[in-house]
Design a protein around this ligand. Sequence first.
Ligand SMILES: [Zn+2]
Length: 118
Amino acid sequence: MAEKKSAVLCQSCGMAMYDAENFGTDAQGNRVSDYCRDCFRNGGFVEPELTMEVMIQRLSEGMFRSEQEPSIRDSIVNFIGSLERWHGELWTPPPSTISVVEDNEETPGGLSSSFSPR
Ligand SMILES: [Zn+2]
């Protein structure tokens, strides 16, 4: 009897994962259910600095090396944007000129809860 395996999509790169060994691992070495081992290992992202933009770039280059159709790239953008890792991240097209990246570190200024239980 052939068992039908359903693929789980990595919520970072969108890779379809079929076997347990495709999945990433948490800090205890257990398999996680959301990410592949290329993206997530030992409880952390392999490339924590990775941006959605770079991921899109990689996917479009990997899939359509020579003939890059903008429409396909669009669907990649949509696809990646739907994944959990990038969910809510606002993707903006790269600027035509590269400017110095500002190191704008935000310090959380104390969470004052406006919530008052009665
Ligand atoms: Zn992945």
